[in-house]
Structures are given as structure tokens and as C-alpha cells.
Write a protein that binds this ligand. Structure first.
Ligand SMILES: [Zn+2]
Length: 635
């Protein structure tokens, strides 16, 4: 998951999106709606030629071994070679995986992708000695070299990052043992994945629509939104009932995952598992704790949301099972890809002409693979190759959420574009902690643009409901996950055992507190205790909180930029654009601070909560002026 350049090559950002619906044959898709991988290699034959040449370069690093500490010139030559090969490998991989994603059934592209991955692994292993050897150079001498040798400047961050890790880096023999243990550490998550994706005997139910569905995890995610309350009850009871049967096993797999995190913590001399995980991107643990405290203090806003939901759904009692039915039924909006591009460009106008001109050019020069087609990979993502340009894959179906996805991915792609333009290759990749800021920032501009244009109450209510549900699930649900994740790690750190049963108890207590069960805001039934077993993120080692912090930062930043537009000033915008062009030349927290959000304080969080409350104010105003139905709709 880490984008730091320490033995891990990173090729793109995977976003949370839904699968595609309609599909044509790829040969029928006009060129202008396909990305152009020809900008990477004119043909597959050229790719093969490049791959063969690159395979010969993999052992090249060996000639520098034992020489890094000799002189700044030796060090420079080694780093130039290493980054040069890495860049060539990323070009090879992006082409192969892009080609494979065009049709995941095709064997040849899949082989190419595999070959590129194997080459990357081989190179990673062939250069794994570099960091340990840099650490044998006297730190003062290294700093002097960085100050004196101008050509080392692009590698300053890499070298300083290596030094920062010194207290948590082990000797050569111990590192080898730790690396071998790495394979074992993934076992808990892997067993959980196999069980929940393949082996768990999910039951089949019949819905009131007559449809029979096998309730696996993805069917549950879809049908928990069922408009009929009886259906939702059936879906929840059946799905969580099935998970409950495996509570003990699920507890054992999660406990294994936690043990692996605690092993890392101990052997690398960290005080806590949280500290060990956040150290990777140099995020202070206080930022994590701050988020949890901010959310706890803002639970009244969540309760206000739940009360509004109860009213809008016309329910006497709101239950946890009623949280996923859309707040406002979808309205009929449809967009062609060209219209979606135009709207996106208009909506992003607050970012200035240089930004929208560059994106416009990107739209016109085939960065994007728009349409679904048979065999194409589902979902959406953005990637890119330094020195070339970003690429983005969509499965555009013309719905409002597809427009949102275009704005989202364009946020990633422009972040990539600007960082490529502003940085040398070694610092052109940006940290994960800021990646989802750029994408959700654009989503925020889009929805406010649409709101400004929407004339009728129905459209406004739909857009406000979409904005509100996004804030609720990201700010509160993801933070609750982060809260739970910290709690069970701390339980293990205190030496208390983790079992399926006590994980469920902990989860139920926490969920009831968040959703105001005792205050009669939202009823959380006993069976919901097992929900944790359905969330794969608990194996990702303190990853999920970043969804919430990104949303907090982007909501706060977008608000500042939108407000500033009215005054004609561009200070906040320019600071934000500077962050987008800074890649990883600074740490994530400092990048955001320079852009105007200090994630070590509560101010950005409060701005996001203010947006949530403002959204509800307006929804309530609209609802108040609507004619009251004699009988509220029961959904
Ligand atoms: Zn994303």
C-alpha cells in the first residue's frame, strides 16, 4: 500500500467504485473513447524489445555494491542507475497492465503483465542491498555530500528517508529473517479472503421482487439498499447469520493478522502497532487520535443525520438495517462522455485556467479509456508514466455517479500530471495520505457546481442527499472502523486474547455508541455485532483512517477555494495547486499544511462537519416547503 520508494514499485491508484453494467465489443468503441497506449510503445513488438533489453539491465546494480560510501560520485552513479531502471520498469508495467485491463480474458496481455511484474520483483531483490549499504555511510558525511553535490538534489528525499528509518532497520541477517516472516504475516488476511470470497457457504434468499439471490458479500452490499423493509430485514438477518456461524474462525484469522502487526512492532522497536504503521508515511499518531476524538465529539451531527433519515424514510423507528436505502431516490440524469467532460471542466473552473486547459488537453489526447466493453476490467483507476502522461480507466455508463467518477479520477490524473511537471522523477510520486485529497476535492467542486445549476427541489434534494451520504459514510463509518481497529490492537498489546466472541462484543458496544442505540436514535440489533467479519480493511494495518482524513482535508480545502473565488483572490488556490505539483518532495502532513490545512488540529474536521450540517439545513428547508403527504411513505 505504501507509495514510498523503498523497494516497492507503485503503478497506480485503485479507487472504490462500482462495477459496470452495459458492455459493447471493444472493436466497436471509437478511438476517441479509448486510451492510447501507443504513447508508451508503438507496438507490442516494441514492448517485447524493451522488456528483453531491460531484463539484461536487472543485474546492473551489482557493480555498485560495496562502493556507495566511497564518494558522492559513486553514490550518484548508483542512484541514477537504480531510478532509471525503475522508471523503465514502470513504463513496461503500465503498458502491459493497461493492455490486459482492456480485456482481462486475453492470455497474451496477461502474460506480458506477469513478465513485467516478475522483472520488477527481480530488480527489487537485486537492489535490496542499497538501503542497508547507505546506512553504513556516516550520516554527517552523507549530509555533506547532499549539500555539496548538486546532482544529488533529486535524491535528497530518498536518502533522508533512508536515514529516518535507520532506528527501525535491522542488521543484514535479521532483515532477511524479517523478510521471510513477511510471507507468513499475510496468512491471516489471505485465509479471511479465501473464506469470505470463496468457501463460505452463503445462503440463497428470495426477495419480494421474485428475484432469488445468493447472498455473498457483493450481493449483500447491493441488496442492503433494497427499498422494501422486509427485504432489508431478510438480507441482514441471512447474511450476518451466515457470518455468525464462522465467528470463531473469523476471530482466529483477525487475531493472526494482529499478531503479525505486533511482531513487526516488536522486532523493529516501535512502542505500538499504530506507531509502526504510521511511521511508513511519517504521520504522527496524534493525527489518528485527533480524528477519533473529533468524531466522538461530533456524534450529535451523526445523530441529527439519522433523525433526518428516519423522517425522510417515514419510519417510526430507524434501525441499522435502514442505513443503506438511498436517502433520495435517484433522479433521471444522463450524460454522454463528451458532456461529462464539458461539465467536469466547467465545474473545476475554480482551479484556474491552467488546470482546466491541461485537463482539456488530456481529454482530447486520449488519456482516458471511457466506455465499458466485454472483458474490460471493472471499476475505475488512474495511473501514469513519468515523462509521458497520466492514464485513466473508467466504465462510463452515463449516470450521475459516472460523472462523479470522471471528476474523481481526473483529480488523481491532474495530481499526477502536475507532480510530473513539477518534480524530478525520484519525488514525482505523491503519498497515499494526500492522493485521495486531490480526487475528492474535485468531487466536491462538481457537486457544488451541479447544485448551483439545479433549479428544481427534486434535483437539489438528490444532490444534497448524495453529498450528505458521502460525508456520513466516509467521516463516521470509516472512522468508526479506525476506532475499532485501534481498540483491538490495543487489546492485543495489553496481552488480552482476541477471539471472535470478544471482537463481536467490542464491535457491538462501539456501534451502539456511534449510532445512539441507547438514546433511541438508531436501533442496532445484537446480530450486527458480527459486521466486523465482513470488512477486509482490518487486515490492511491502519489504512482505513485515510479515507476519512482525505475527505476532511479536501472538504476543508475545497470550501476555502470556493469561498475565495467570490473575492477574486487566488491565494488558497495557488497554495493548493502547489501541493499538487509537489509530489513526495515533502511529507504528507507538511504538504497539506502548506496548502492551508493543518491535520494536527481540529479546524479541518470542523469545516467538514460544518458542510454536513449546512447540507442538512438546506435539505430541511426544502422538505419543510414541500407539501406534506397525508401518509408518510414507508420504505
Ligand atoms: Zn481515488
Amino acid at each position: 500500500m505504501s507509495r514510498t520508494r523503498l523497494g516497492l514499485l507503485w503503478f497506480g491508484i485503485i479507487c472504490m467504485t462500482t462495477a459496470s453494467l452495459d458492455a459493447a465489443e471493444r472493436k466497436d468503441v471509437p478511438d476517441k473513447y479509448r486510451w492510447n497506449l501507443g504513447d508508451l510503445y508503438p507496438s507490442d513488438a516494441d514492448w517485447t524489445k524493451a522488456k528483453d533489453a531491460l531484463a539484461k539491465r536487472v543485474p546492473e546494480m551489482a557493480k555498485f555494491k560495496g562502493r556507495l560510501g566511497k564518494s558522492s560520485k559513486d553514490l550518484l552513479a548508483a542512484l541514477e542507475t537504480m531510478f532509471d531502471i525503475e522508471l523503465a520498469l514502470s513504463r513496461l508495467a503500465v503498458y502491459a497492465s493497461g493492455l490486459s485491463d482492456e480485456d482481462v480474458r486475453a492470455a497474451r496481455p496477461r502474460e506480458m503483465k506477469q513478465a513485467a511484474e516478475e522483472l520488477a520483483t527481480a530488480f527489487s531483490s537485486a537492489s535490496s542491498w542499497v538501503r542497508p549499504e547507505i546506512l553504513t555511510i556516516d550520516a554527517a558525511k552523507l549530509k555533506k555530500w547532499i549539500a555539496q553535490e548538486k546532482k544529488l538534489a533529486p535524491y535528497r528525499v530518498f536518502l533522508e528517508e533512508t536515514l529516518r528509518r535507520k532506528p527501525h532497520t535491522l542488521g543484514v541477517a535479521e532483515e532477511r529473517v524479517a523478510a521471510e516472516a513477511g510471507d507468513l504475516e499475510r496468512a491471516g488476511g489471505e485465509v479471511h479472503g479465501v473464506l469470505s470470497n470463496a468457501d463460505l457457504p452463503y445462503p440463497t434468499i428470495k426477495l419480494s421482487t421474485g428475484e432469488t439471490v445468493r447472498l455473498d458479500a457483493s450481493a449483500y452490499t447491493l441488496h442492503r439498499q433494497a427499498p422494501s423493509r422486509a427485504d432489508r430485514d431478510k438480507v441482514f438477518t441471512t447474511f450476518f447469520g451466515a457470518l455468525k456461524t464462522y465467528e470463531r474462525t473469523m476471530g482466529a484469522t483477525l487475531a493472526a493478522g494482529v499478531k503479525a502487526h505486533l511482531f513487526e512492532k516488536r522486532v523493529r522497536h516501535f512502542n505500538t502497532a499504530l506507531e509502526a504503521a504510521l511511521f511508513q508515511d511519517n504521520i504522527p499518531p496524534a493525527v489518528y487520535k485527533q480524528l477519533l476524538a473529533d468524531v466522538h465529539r461530533s456524534l450529535p451531527t451523526l445523530h441529527r443525520y439519522l433523525t433526518l433519515r428516519k423522517k425522510m424514510l417515514g419510519l417510526d423507528t430507524l434501525r441499522y438495517q435502514d442505513l443503506y436505502v438511498p436517502l433520495v431516490a435517484s433522479i433521471d440524469m444522463h450524460f454522454k462522455p463528451d458532456e461529462a467532460c464539458e461539465i467536469t471542466l466547467e465545474a473545476l473552473a475554480p482551479l484556474g485556467k491552467a488546470y482546466t486547459d491541461a485537463l482539456h488537453k488530456g481529454f482530447d489526447s486520449r488519456w482516458t479509456d471511457y466506455l465499458p466493453s466485454t472483458g474490460k476490467r471493472s471499476g475505475a483507476y488512474s495511473t501514469g508514466v513519468y515523462g509521458v502522461h497520466p492514464y485513466q480507466l473508467l466504465n462510463f455508463n452515463g449516470r450521475y455517479e459516472d460523472l462523479t467518477t470522471l471528476a474523481h479520477e481526473s483529480g488523481h490524473s491532474m495530481h499526477t500530471f502536475l507532480s510530473y511537471a513539477g518534480q524530478p522523477y525520484p519525488t514525482a510520486d505523491y503519498p497515499i495520505f494526500v492522493a485521495e485529497v486531490a480526487s475528492t476535492f474535485n468531487e466536491n467542486l462538481l457537486i457544488h457546481f451541479m447544485l448551483d445549476r439545479a433549479k428544481d427541489d427534486a434535483t437539489r434534494l438528490f444532490l444534497l442527499g448524495t453529498l450528505l451520504d458521502g460525508l456520513r459514510t466516509t467521516l463516521f463509518r470509516q472512522t468508526q472502523f479506525a476506532d475499532f481497529e485501534l481498540a483491538f490492537h490495543e487489546q492485543a498489546e495489553r496481552g488480552e486474547p482476541l477471539t471472535g466472541e470478544n471482537l463481536s462484543q467490542l464491535y457491538l458496544k462501539m456501534t451502539r455508541e456511534y449510532y445512539g442505540h441507547d438514546k433511541k436514535v438508531c436501533q442496532v440489533d445484537d446480530l450486527l455485532a458480527i459486521e466486523w467479519a465482513y470488512v477486509p480493511h482490518f487486515y490492511y494495518d491502519f489504512y482505513v483512517y485515510q479515507y476519512a482524513t482525505s475527505m476532511v482535508a479536501s472538504t476543508s480545502l475545497a470550501r476555502a477555494v470556493r469561498d475565495e473565488v467570490k473575492t477574486g483572490k487566488t491565494t488558497r488556490r495557488d497554495a493548493y495547486l502547489k501541493m499538487l505539483s509537489s509530489g513526495s518532495s515533502k511529507y504528507a502532513i507538511d504538504l497539506l499544511k502548506d496548502a492551508g490545512v493543518d491535520m494536527t488540529t481540529s479546524a479541518p474536521f470542523d469545516a467538514a462537519i460544518a458542510e454536513m450540517n449546512g447540507t442538512m439545513d438546506e435539505m430541511e428547508r426544502i422538505l419543510d416547503r414541500q407539501p406534506k403527504p397525508a401518509q408518510p411513505p414507508k420504505r
